[in-house]
Design a protein around this ligand. Structure first.
Ligand code: ASP
Length: 346
């Protein structure tokens, strides 16, 4: 948009607690319509921002989020990209980090803010966190640098007082207002009396880049976590299943697994069949270093690929996205090891 014009933000309302109301009969929270949500935030009129809205009909609990719905969000952003300065996506907290991660890969060369937020309490209730989250997310999406370029031209999550890179976030608490964290990457901004942006942590704006939306994915994959006592037969059934294309393999510590010959044999067989096995740690923070211990090295030798310091959410959505491109296994392994949207530190 041109200098001097009012900033325009598109709110995409997908559902989640932020817009829910309590069913008087069952007591359970149910999705409700967007007008109810807007009516409860009259403060929006005070923002010096033009607000457009698009809502999912019906709005969904984010447990029902699906790759087809990610594609719908990408389509909405693509179709409205030139009309708006930024986008705010209202989303349930349960799968918000998966959606934020998926969008960071599907919106290649994004140069406008896409801020996801939601809340732990519905917006019409006392003590709701939804109002603050929504208002601040809009302010962040509308924020511009002195030269008129967007402050945060990337997919991010705003919650409570912290703006985080979307593909670095994980939901860490089902009750606290600080529901999200980004253990392996520092915040992009903090909201106190002012919003303080940490520009060194934020993706750089590159003039002239055109958005490249992606829609393909393949979700014939699984997240598979190690535990002491894991059984050969079950592992074989899962990892050697015919339809399986890839595995996010959650190992111990710096990427270690028990030294059992059968386990290494199954992993070697699966990778030889062209399955992509990505090693990420079960720890909440830190990175995989398979060369550090004998228990990690054996995985490297079995053809397992390092997922570095990726979150589960970023690893699974990136693998879905790459498998959707029908690339040879070696190329997918190579691309899993490099950063596309700041999702890993390499
Ligand atoms: N179940 C809700 C959802 O993810 C939880 C929330 O929004 O906080 O849609």
């Amino acid at each position: 948009m041109n200098a001097g014009q009012q900033t325009s933000i598109l709110i995409i309302y997908t559902g989640g607690t932020i817009g829910m109301i309590r069913n008087a009969e069952t007591g359970a929270l149910e999705s409700f319509d967007f007008n109810h949500l807007l009516a409860n935030v009259p403060e929006l009129k005070q923002l010096n921002v033009n607000i457009g809205t698009i809502t999912f009909t019906p709005p969904i609990d984010s447990s029902d989020m699906e790759p087809t719905l990610w594609a719908r969000i990408v389509r909405i952003i693509e179709e409205n990209y030139d009309k708006y300065d930024g986008f705010v996506i209202l989303h349930g907290t349960d799968t918000m980090s998966f959606t934020a991660s998926a969008l960071s890969f599907m919106l290649e060369d994004l140069m406008k803010p896409v801020v996801l937020t939601g809340s732990q309490l519905p917006i019409g209730t006392l003590r709701t966190d939804g109002k603050e989250n929504l208002i601040t997310a809009i302010e962040i999406a509308a924020a511009k640098a002195a030269d008129g370029t967007p402050m945060v031209p990337e997919v991010c999550v705003f919650f409570q007082d912290k703006l985080m890179r979307g593909n670095r976030t994980t939901k860490v608490n089902s009750e606290s207002f600080g529901a999200f964290d980004s253990n392996n990457y520092p915040p992009l901004a903090m909201a106190g009396t002012d919003i303080q942006f940490y520009t060194r942590n934020i993706k750089k704006y590159v003039p002239g880049l055109k958005l490249k939306p992606h829609y393909e994915y393949n979700s014939n994959i699984i997240i598979f976590s190690l535990f002491p006592g894991i059984q050969q037969e079950v592992v074989e059934q899962v990892l050697l299943s015919k339809e399986l294309k890839g595995v996010i393999f959650r190992t111990y510590g710096a990427g270690n697994a028990p030294q059992k010959k059968w386990l290494i044999d199954v992993l070697s067989k699966a990778t030889a069949e062209g399955k992509i096995i990505i090693n990420i740690t079960q720890c909440a923070g830190g990175s995989v270093h398979m060369e550090r211990y004998e228990t990690g090295l054996q995985l490297l030798e079995a053809g397992v690929t390092s997922g570095h310091d990726s979150t589960v959410e970023a690893a699974i959505t990136k693998l879905m996205y790459l498998l959707g491109k029908d690339l040879p296994p070696e190329e997918i392994r190579r691309r899993m090891s490099i950063s596309f949207a700041g999702e890993i530190s390499v």
